[in-house]
Design a protein around this ligand. Structure first.
Ligand code: M6R
Length: 620
């Protein structure tokens, strides 16, 4: 949450930083600002609200410098106004900060006693005061940071500039991500490589407790003891095109439409098409970025007797779906937990457990902390990430990739369906390893998976239906989403999508639980969305629907093929292509995504940047 960027080079820093902030805006959009060293003096421009407001101000500003920093904010301490916007400036320094300083109260009391003039409600400004005090004593920016860092508790990535050192950009990481970009006679620091990929694909991923001192044509990275360290330069294979809307009105719409291609790309490395055989490609920390050979993978995965899946938000719902799939296919007990809960209790992780962490961004603070805890407890870990080289990807032992390209819309869509495809492949693989699936069953699951992209394509046709239906759907007082079995997690995902985009009350329930409370909510102003494909719990779900109907609930039913019974019960019936039981969630979530998108759009909300949210939750 919050995006930071710094630039030093011969391009126009205002332009480079503003472009970078546009790519980082998904990390927070409560306020934005930039600071540039203009003729040796710090000049700041800040604005409350989205980046567009900053742009209006920047258009009237001229800078002559070549070094600067920028920030886009997701508010933690202090309301989203201009005085709380970054960069913060004190004395001769200015900084941008992503993270939370947990002992800020203590620092604030100390600074107030010392007579500091504090002008914002943020924890970040306090850090600027501490650094400025060290600069006044004659320290360089790097020395000042080294002195101040041990006084900070919490998580932070900071980039800073000093009027005393107009040729130096300094940054530090302890928690939130930070990347150093290297161009020809120019350097960048940023929260995410996407922000700088237009300019360079050569990057160094900064680890915790490292300080970067970057000049135009050279850089040095130090550890906290002040010793210089050398780090690997990575050449990223990332296309700047992936972070454009490409003609779609919103990133979310583009990402929904990308799902057939993305699901195919996620699956393709793992299926031996010629022999219709699973050939799971898993990289391990020991394998130099190469996928493990099939016999090695087999022997490494064979001994797991229990699986934990840990994630947040949409990735958590993918994990819950995975529980149904892995248990049914591979006969292995699976526990799924919110990362924010898992990390703070004392989970018993038996020997021979595999802890799977799922994260699109690979930077979610709670998921990362859970991964670290699982490793400390001696568990083997497997990450399913979209962002290659993210913290989670780098720290997990086994790694699988969503291959979904950049997901910019704050609401996760294509990362979810790519993950569901991967969990299915993992289920088939573990089923083979554990000898719970026959060869014929393996082939049949793989055939269904191969057909999935074209089936998703068909379901996308509901786009125009929801464009129209959203006109009336937006007026319901609330939404209940129901599903059973493997489709139950997608009921919760559908509700999450509507909540986060349309700000409407929505709940996802296991259909069988309706009678135990939520049915009391039902009347003719309540919409009930039911995911009821024809599977082994279909009849049970239909009985629950009858109960809803008898109480006046307005039903939107999602079922398989032509289904007169669901049609007669529902106000709207949406038909999915017939697929294997385990893939119904992938198909049924598409209309749920489209529905949330259109309802939010009809209500006039910003679907790509819903209020109060950020794409990458790097603070707990
Ligand atoms: O990057 P991650 O997959 O770890 O993110 C997890 C959640 O923050 C994310 O899925 C969030 O719930 C989305 N806003 C859902 O649309």
């Amino acid at each position: 949450m919050c995006g930071i960027i710094g630039y030093y080079g011969s391009r126009d820093p205002k332009q480079v930083i503003y472009d970078g902030l546009k790519k980082l805006e998904y990390r927070g959009y409560d306020s934005a600002g930039i600071a540039i060293l203009d003729n040796g003096k710090l000049k700041r421009v800040r604005s409350a609200g989205k980046l567009i407001h900053l742009k209006e101000k920047l258009d009237n500003e001229k800078f002559t410098g070549n070094i600067g920093i920028g920030h886009t904010r997701w508010a933690t301490h202090g309301v989203p106004n201009e005085s709380n916007a970054h960069p913060h400036a004190v004395g001769k320094i200015s900084l941008v900060h992503n993270g939370i300083i947990e002992n800020y109260q203590e620092i604030k009391e100390y600074l107030l006693k010392e007579g500091a003039k504090i002008t914002s409600d943020t924890d970040s400004e306090l850090v600027a005061h501490l650094i400025s005090r060290e600069i006044e004593k004659g320290s360089t920016l790097k020395e000042a940071l080294s002195t101040v860092i041990p006084k900070l508790e919490g998580a932070y990535s900071i980039a800073a500039l000093s009027e005393n050192e107009p040729d130096t950009l300094v940054a530090v990481k302890n928690g939130p991500p930070l990347v150093l970009g290297l161009g020809k006679d120019e350097c960048f620091v940023a929260s995410d490589a996407q922000a700088i990929i237009t300019y360079t694909n050569k990057v160094i991923f900064i680890d915790d407790h490292e300080i970067v001192v970057a000049k135009k044509d050279k850089y040095q990275i130090y550890d906290m003891k002040g010793s210089a360290i050398s780090k690997k330069i990575t050449e990223l294979d990332m296309s700047p095109d992936a972070i454009e809307k490409q003609g779609y009105p919103h990133f979310m719409k583009k990402e929904i439409y990308e799902q057939p291609r993305v699901v195919a790309a996620a699956m393709s490395p793992h299926i031996d098409v010629a022999n219709l055989k699973i050939s799971l490609q898993v990289v391990s920390s020991d394998s130099n970025g190469e996928a493990l050979k099939q016999d090695e993978l087999y022997s490494q995965l064979k001994h797991f007797e229990r699986v934990f899946i840990v994630a947040c938000g949409t990735s958590f719902y993918a994990g819950l779906t995975g529980e149904y799939i892995l248990e049914a296919m591979a006969g292995i007990p699976v526990e799924v937990e919110f990362a924010s809960e898992f990390r703070y209790r004392k989970p018993v992780i038996p020997k021979n457990s595999l802890v799977i962490v799922i994260s699109q961004s690979g930077e979610t603070a709670d998921t990362l902390a859970s991964l670290r805890m699982a490793k400390e407890k001696g568990a083997k870990t497997l990450s399913i990430c979209n962002a290659k080289n993210s913290s989670i990807d780098r720290e997990a032992f086994f790694k699988m990739y969503m291959k979904a390209d950049a997901e910019i819309g704050v609401a996760s869509t294509k990362a979810l369906t790519a993950t569901l495809a991967l969990l299915n492949l993992l289920g088939v693989y573990l089923g083979r390893v554990n000898e719970t699936l026959t060869r014929d069953e393996e082939k049949s699951y793989l055939r269904s998976l191969q057909a999935l992209p074209s089936e998703i394509e068909k379901v996308l046709a509901y786009d125009s239906f929801f464009d129209e239906a959203a006109l009336t759907l937006k007026d319901y007082k609330g939404f209940l989403y129901m599903g059973r079995g493997v489709n139950y997690p997608m009921a919760m995902e559908g509700a999450l999508k509507l909540k986060e985009l349309a700000y409407m009350h929505a709940e996802g329930y296991a259909a069988g639980e309706m009678k135990h409370g939520p049915i009391a909510l039902i009347d003719d102003r309540m919409a009930v969305v039911v995911v009821a494909p024809t599977d082994d719990v279909y009849e049970k779900t239909v009985s629950n629907l009858e109960e809803v109907r008898a109480r006046g609930g307005q039903i939107i039913a999602i079922g398989t093929g032509h289904n007169e019974r669901l049609k007669s019960l529902a106000k709207h019936y949406l038909s999915l292509p017939k697929t294997s039981w385990n893939l119904n969630p992938v198909l049924s979530v598409i209309p749920l995504q489209l529905m949330a998108y259109h309802v939010a759009d009809r209500l006039g909300f910003d679907v790509d940047q819903p209020r109060n949210l950020a794409k990458s939750v790097t603070v707990e």
